[in-house]
Design a protein around this ligand. Structure first.
Ligand SMILES: NCc1[nH]cc(CCC(=O)O)c1CC(=O)O
Length: 338
């Protein structure tokens, strides 16, 4: 008879979860989720001009780049193995108006960037957004009429913008403005224009979130925005509604789905992947990035460790990939740990 000096008894004592955790090799063997460079999509900010790399105060480590500098940076990203980028323009104030008309100029900043990047770095995927917020004088994602963001008129416009973006060389159109019916309308228009192979990544579940703050500084919409986006983005309280919204996008022909923001919405990532089985992405948005950076800069957390941990957690939650401002840093770290 063993002397029973410990509280762990004979029944529970042989169920030892720690056996599989005891050494590096066992831990590697039982690891369920893995982050690789193939999971990373890098969002970048584009400004007019040349030779510009302009740091964004609210996003330490992230800069707005002129097209020539963006081309260099994207080359580096491609060399690291990052499969795709997502571009966001910081349009000159003089070009912004009530309806976001610059979105319909074929060689506007965003399309100019696409064409230049495609030419210089043909093997990286280019994802473009069609929301109107970089182009409007009020910072909303759609056309504002009598205090209302009008749905159908906005869809008509973003559809035309989407075709121009595809003409410029965009590989995937990612509409983030949450207008109803946009996915089907964009799909039809792309097909009619001969862009059958241009995909649609729907910002299927975009929540009305405070986490977008630093992005609005990055593209200079924060000072412009009147009111909030609650009449078109989803309430953070509503998961089932988010699923219904995603279901409509799937029906309308979305090739990929996105959840935005990321970390506070992992339950949505999981539910969406389970429900539809489509390639599912999370957007670790500006505020999430900034939280980690700010705390790390104060020495309060280990920023690199939390960068890798959060990205891995998206994989565990069912995501196929992550849009993240950490993409280049994470890719470098992954290359080193090989
Ligand atoms: N169409 C708007 C848009 N496109 C990208 C982001 C946020 C990205 C981020 O925070 O990193 C937003 C949100 C917003 O300003 O309302």
């Amino acid at each position: 008879m063993m002397d029973k000096t410990h509280l762990v008894d004979e029944i529970t004592g042989h169920r030892r979860m720690r056996r599989n955790r005891k050494a590096d090799w066992t831990r590697r063997l039982v690891q369920e989720s893995r982050l690789t460079v193939d999971d990373l999509i890098w969002p970048i900010f584009i400004v007019p001009g040349t030779g510009i790399v302009d740091p964004i105060a609210a996003m330490p480590g992230v800069s707005r780049m002129s097209v020539d500098k963006a081309v260099e940076a994207v080359k580096e990203a491609a060399d690291l193995g990052i499969p795709a980028i997502a571009t966001f323009p910081d349009i000159e104030m003089e070009l912004r108006d009530e309806t976001g008309s610059n979105s319909l100029v074929p060689d506007n900043l965003i399309n100019h960037a696409t064409a230049a990047i495609k030419k210089a770095v043909p093997n990286i995927g280019i994802i473009t957004d069609v929301a109107l917020d970089p182009f409007t004088s009020h910072g909303h994602d759609g056309i504002l009429r009598d205090g209302v963001i009008v749905n159908d008129e906005t869809v008509d416009q973003i559809v035309r913008a989407a075709v121009m973006q595809a003409d410029a060389g965009a590989d995937i159109i990612a509409p983030s403005e949450m207008m109803d019916g946009r996915i089907g309308a964009i799909r039809h228009a792309l097909d009619a224009a001969g862009h059958q192979d241009v995909g649609i990544m729907s910002y299927a579940t975009k929540f009305s979130s405070g986490f977008y703050g630093p992005y609005r500084e990055a593209i200079n919409t924060s000072g412009l925005l009147k009111g909030d986006k609650n009449s078109y983005y989803i309430s953070p309280a509503n998961g089932t509604e988010a699923l219904r919204d995603a279901a409509l996008d799937v029906e309308e022909g979305a090739d990929m789905l996105m959840v935005k923001p990321g970390l506070a919405y992992l339950d949505i990532c999981w539910r969406i992947k389970e429900a539809f089985g489509l390639p599912t992405f999370a957007y670790q948005v500006s505020g999430e990035y900034t939280q980690i950076k700010a705390a790390a800069m104060n020495g309060w957390i280990d920023g690199e460790r939390i960068m890798m941990e959060t990205l891995l957690c998206f994989k565990r939650a069912g995501c196929d990939g992550i849009l993240t401002y950490f993409a280049v840093d994470a890719a470098k770290k992954l290359a080193k740990s090989r």
